[in-house]
Design a protein around this ligand. Sequence first.
Ligand SMILES: Cc1cc2nc3c(=O)[nH]c(=O)nc-3n(C[C@H](O)[C@H](O)[C@H](O)COP(=O)(O)OP(=O)(O)OC[C@H]3O[C@@H](n4cnc5c(N)ncnc54)[C@H](O)[C@@H]3O)c2cc1C
Length: 317
Amino acid sequence: MRDVVVIGGGLSGLAACYELEKHPIRYTLIEVKKRLGGSIVSTAADGFIADASAFAVAEIEDLPLLAELSLAEDRFDFAPEQFGFCGGTQSLTGALARRLTGARLMRMAVSSIGRVDGRFTLCLENGLLLDAGAVIIAAPARYAERMLFNLAPEASDWLRGYDYDSICRVSLGYHKRDLPRRRIRPYSVIYPFVFATDSPGRVPDADHLLLQVGLRAFNDLSPEEIIGQVIAHYGCGENPLFARVDRWNESDPLSCYDDDHAATVSAMRARLPAGLSLIGSDYCLEPPQKGGVARLGERLRQGRAAARAALDFLNVD
Ligand SMILES: Cc1cc2nc3c(=O)[nH]c(=O)nc-3n(C[C@H](O)[C@H](O)[C@H](O)COP(=O)(O)OP(=O)(O)OC[C@H]3O[C@@H](n4cnc5c(N)ncnc54)[C@H](O)[C@@H]3O)c2cc1C
């Protein structure tokens, strides 16, 4: 018999497990992919470390957590109130995952959740049935809506209406002599964000620079064509030392820009059965800031708060 099941091993689910780990309770983490970390992926090659998605972290108030995870020294500041991780953002999810000792079911997907005799029953796509005293769903709306179809039809209906932004991350590594002299500027409509760093750890040495560019859409172009467009747009040298394209067809929920998003999320959560939490990037209560970086901190806070709510529900100290 399981006490808590956490569905989804991205930053939110890992933060929930990390909090549960500190209490006398059995938990199981279920992740559909073969790796933990969700949309946070860092890739090391040719002396550069690139982030396929989250790169910039707002000064989160959860800094004691970074010290607990031995990451306080692994950060570099690159803009006012923003920092990145020398080893890539995956350092954060990796450090959380390494501290977890609870059961893990990898490459298994939860398809539906029900409630029998006061306990939750979870049906997995491979036919396995589990039960739990409390459940934390840390998966995007497009998956959560199916899990909640029978248990919470109203919430499921609302989650089905989600639309997403499509973002393409281009990472380019250069020797500085191959870059234009003018400043590389972010915030055009098509190139909404660009981060540049020569921080130790992220580049081979101080003569090199890593560019992390975010582009909207571009789904009809090949990676080579996308790289060519970015190089032409910024006037960089034609032969980067490192180049990589990562596509996120469903990155940010568009509704998080709506004025009533937080109120709607709260109203939807109020309709969920006691003992079940819904957390993650699709259910943010804090509006994204310019550049959209005030998010990893919220993921951590939501995850840990959901774990504490599950403990309260189960009367565990
Ligand atoms: C291109 C891009 C750039 C970004 N840049 C930044 C940035 O600079 N700063 C910042 O703060 N944030 C940024 N973000 C946002 C940040 O990456 C996310 O907010 C955060 O990683 C989301 O974590 P999560 O755990 O909520 O969701 P996810 O990472 O999506 O994790 C959800 C997990 O649930 C699993 N799952 C789904 N369905 C099931 C199922 N049925 N059963 C079991 N498991 C399931 C998935 O496989 C996944 O591992 C960016 C995001 C993108 C896409």
